[in-house]
Design a protein around this ligand. Sequence first.
Ligand SMILES: CC(C)(COP(=O)(O)OP(=O)(O)OC[C@H]1O[C@@H](n2cnc3c(N)ncnc32)[C@H](O)[C@@H]1OP(=O)(O)O)[C@@H](O)C(=O)NCCC(=O)NCCSC(=O)C[C@H](O)C(=O)O
Ligand SMILES: [Mg+2]
Length: 299
Amino acid sequence: MSPALRPRRSVLYMPGANARALEKARSLDCDGVIIDLEDAVAPDAKAGARALVAEALAAGGFGHREVVVRVNGADTPWFEDDLAAFAATAATGAGPDAVLIPKVADPETLRVTGRRLDGLGAPVGLKVWAMIETPLAVLKAGEIALAARDPLSRLAVLVLGTNDLSKETGARIVPGRAPMQAWLSLCVLAARAGGVDVLDGVWNGFRDLEGFARECVEAADLGFDGKTLIHPTQIEPCNAAFSPPEKEVDEARMLIEVFDRPENAAKGVLQIEGRMFERMHADIARKTVALAEAIAARN
Ligand SMILES: CC(C)(COP(=O)(O)OP(=O)(O)OC[C@H]1O[C@@H](n2cnc3c(N)ncnc32)[C@H](O)[C@@H]1OP(=O)(O)O)[C@@H](O)C(=O)NCCC(=O)NCCSC(=O)C[C@H](O)C(=O)O
Ligand SMILES: [Mg+2]
């Protein structure tokens, strides 16, 4: 979880060319939206979609939702214009919170993007999210995440692109995702090493909410901060899976209170009802409470 502790349980993609979806985003209960200019927009529609998105951002109304624009890749003819458009709107306060760079191959891509954003006068508040969706990116996930230590990179979040990973590797997307488990865990480890958040990929069968809910629980168990979504019906089960349950929050508060008692000030380990708790458990409890409070504040 990043230091600012912004809930990122549910982050909904929508095509940048879909005005209805952009309108709906303003009232949906997701923590964030990713307005897509890449795969969900046809080549001939790129310029029109970019203008539509800039207009929607200028109109505002996204409230608590973190707004991210997925630009076209660094090796495409649209990248420069996409970055320029959103650096400019960010500078006027009518821009996105972050740009999501697809198919990041290495930390150098982030440094190039960062230098470009600086050159375009983008405020430091404009963050960069990086998609991990190629075999090379998974192999270099640690290096990519560690780029966050250099403020030039602006890196705040890694986002898994499991469809592209399936396409590039031949690994099938099956329930439980056994063929991808190692990559998913590696990306969570990388994100933690770099101190950035990490979001799981999408579930394509958006009418199968039971299967989707199972995958959300699996992603939360793996340590992801949240999941990327493609349809509004996925928001509620996703929020549920990534929110700490009330009982866990109550127990966390109790644990913090016990460790904070003066008589326990010098103790590193305690037993409570037959279970061992060390100070690291109090640290975890503080994170749980902080997340619950951030979610409550959002609501
Ligand atoms: C998948 C969809 C094309 C389905 O659209 P549709 O058939 O219109 O769905 P519904 O009729 O069930 O829609 C009901 C209402 O909900 C609104 N809606 C639907 N989807 C969204 C959305 N994503 N954001 C906001 N609102 C949405 C509809 O407008 C309907 O509203 P109303 O008019 O009030 O009835 C569609 O869901 C869709 O386009 N989803 C997003 C697709 C997308 O952005 N894909 C790109 C990102 S995923 C990716 O690339 C992954 C990654 O890179 C990887 O490699 O894995
Ligand atoms: Mg992709």
